[in-house]
Design a protein around this ligand. Sequence first.
Ligand SMILES: [Zn+2]
Length: 137
Amino acid sequence: MGPDRFVHDDAPYVLGMLSADERAAFEQHLSGCAECAARVAEIADLPGLLATVPPDEIDDEVPATLLPGLLRRAGVERRRRNWLTAGLAGEFDALRDEMLDVVRESGETAADAVRDALDQARTALRKAMDALGDVEK
Ligand SMILES: [Zn+2]
């Protein structure tokens, strides 16, 4: 057997970060690879993840029933965060347009200054959003 190309997929899998295709491929691999299955079972027990699972989904004797609950939770959280950051950027654009409209009425120079300031703020926002994305990687 050659090198295991799924060797780094355990954490992204448990955290719900694989694409649908990647997840399907990894799950198929899991059924035949005891090492990857063991790593997934290990990190599936992370206390932080466990804390998000309702008690009735926790079954110490059958980790296989626990994992789908964890993955579902992780997926929901990821979608919520993606939605949040996308919403934030949209809000910011709307705010910028609104402010520029107001400032334009008082002169182009002021409008330029405000546009520069807002562009800088937007860059900072982008960085913050990227940092948020990195936490998930
Ligand atoms: Zn493997």
